[in-house]
Design a protein around this ligand. Structure first.
Ligand SMILES: NC(=O)c1ccc[n+]([C@@H]2O[C@H](COP(=O)([O-])OP(=O)(O)OC[C@H]3O[C@@H](n4cnc5c(N)ncnc54)[C@H](O)[C@@H]3O)[C@@H](O)[C@H]2O)c1
Length: 389
């Protein structure tokens, strides 16, 4: 275990600015870091059963050291927890612990817990202090930063929520050692995304160093810090997603369609895997539209394949709907406005841009070539993606 000084990244939002601390062993200093920013505070920790088993004691011990008393609300793991029923459970738990507005809700978990606990903290007593302690790679590089919180509705994902920025994000990179490898890979897709959006040197660095990022140690801290810098930059420029923040959706239009097409069955496809395939498709589609070189699309595909991520629809186990039906899922996606398709396309590695009015006919003919005859076959000869643990 290395307890070197953490890397600090600031999210520049004026009087709501906050720090992201990234480093190994940070749970142990959670109390000290929170008490410094929120003196005299008490806490409610919201977590899930998997994360509680691995890391709750360490967080509680860290809070104790800083003199912070904490109540604990432990929920089942999984996307279904982002529901009205569990929101009520969190709200009730925070009120039962008699926390005031100046006290703090701490999310200890992946994006599910972060989104749910963040939403609860945004509405209890009209907005309480909130601290993110992200424990999945996806949460450390993406969901814990930027203040988007919420739950799912029966009508779709993330449809109910508020923007509520945390006061601090504590990304302890050591906790990722207990994350199942499939979840780590899924989070890695979001990490690589920042290189593909506008940091080509970061993507090239990942091509060389991804093995070290998976292994842990300083390269992992460096990669997560670079991703947080990228996310913090975008959030500071466009907190409420009226412009540039949409670039973070690179790969998500295709990815969400694939998630919907697999009925959100995590055994077949988890979000980050959908994003991986979506990013590969976005690059290939951009090449087909003569916006980018096919070599760049090949580079993206090769990197995703190298780390063991799926990169084409053929890599999803089981049957998939045909190209027309996939287009149907795309046009239902929330990033479609008034019939025009909005995509994040690219002019090459690190040159993503927002393309409005992409013709549906182009998307369909692209899907017909990149996603051939999938409805007829249970499995193509694509990469076999194994899902250990
Ligand atoms: N708010 C945002 O800006 C934003 C951005 C991207 C994604 N999201 C949301 O994030 C969610 C996905 O997040 P996720 O991928 O972290 O999923 P998750 O929270 O379900 O975590 C994935 C799995 O890993 C387990 N886990 C987490 N950390 C662990 C650890 N250190 N050790 C062992 N097990 C651990 C969890 O219990 C869970 O089973 C989705 O709901 C998505 O909508 C939000």
């Amino acid at each position: 275990m290395s307890d070197a000084e953490p890397v600090k990244v600031e999210v520049g939002l004026g009087d709501r600015a906050y720090d992201i601390l990234i480093g190994s062993g940070l749970l142990a200093r959670s109390g000290e870091e929170i008490a410094r920013r929120l003196p005299g505070t008490r806490a409610a920790i919201v977590t899930d059963e998997n994360v509680a088993a691995a890391h709750l004691d360490a967080l509680k011990a860290g809070l104790d050291k800083g003199g912070i008393q904490s109540a604990v609300i432990t929920l089942p793991a999984g996307e279904k927890t982002k529901s009205f029923a569990h929101l009520e459970e969190v709200v009730d738990g925070v009120l039962a612990a008699k926390l005031e507005r100046r006290d703090v809700v701490i999310a200890l978990g992946g994006g599910v817990i972060g989104d749910l606990a963040g939403f609860a903290s945004g509405i209890v007593r009209r907005g309480m202090n909130f601290v993110q302690v992200p424990t999945s790679l996806l949460a450390q590089v993406d969901s814990s930063v930027g203040g988007k919180t919420g739950i799912n509705s029966t009508r779709g994902k993330n449809l109910v929520g508020v923007f509520h920025q945390p006061k601090l994000v504590l990304a302890d990179t050591q906790v990722l050692d207990t994350l199942p490898i499939r979840e780590f890979r899924a989070g890695y897709a979001e990490l690589a995304k920042y290189g593909l959006i506008d940091r080509p040197a970061f993507f090239a660095w990942l091509e060389q160093n991804w093995g070290q990022v998976f292994a842990g140690g300083p390269a992992r801290v460096d990669a997560i810090a670079e991703a947080c810098r990228a996310k913090a930059d975008v959030v500071a420029r466009d907190e409420f997603e009226t412009g540039d923040r949409a670039l973070l959706n690179l790969g998500h239009t295709f990815g969400h369609a694939l998630e919907a097409a697999t009925r959100y069955d995590g055994a077949r496809l988890v979000h980050g895997e959908g994003v991986a395939i979506g990013m590969a498709l976005a690059h290939r589609f951009s090449a087909r539209l003569n916006l980018a070189s096919p070599d760049d699309a090949s580079r993206v595909e090769a990197h995703l394949r190298a780390v063991g991520l799926p990169w084409r629809t053929a890599d999803i186990p089981g049957e998939l709907p045909d190209a027309e039906a996939l287009l149907g899922f795309i046009t239902q996606d929330k990033k479609v406005s008034r019939g025009a398709l909005t995509f994040i396309l690219t002019r090459g590695i690190g040159q993503a841009f927002i393309a409005k009015d992409v013709p549906a006919s182009e998307v369909l003919s692209f899907l017909k070539t990149s996603h051939p005859e999938r409805s007829k076959r249970s499995r193509s000869g694509g990469l076999k993606v194994s899902h250990p643990r």
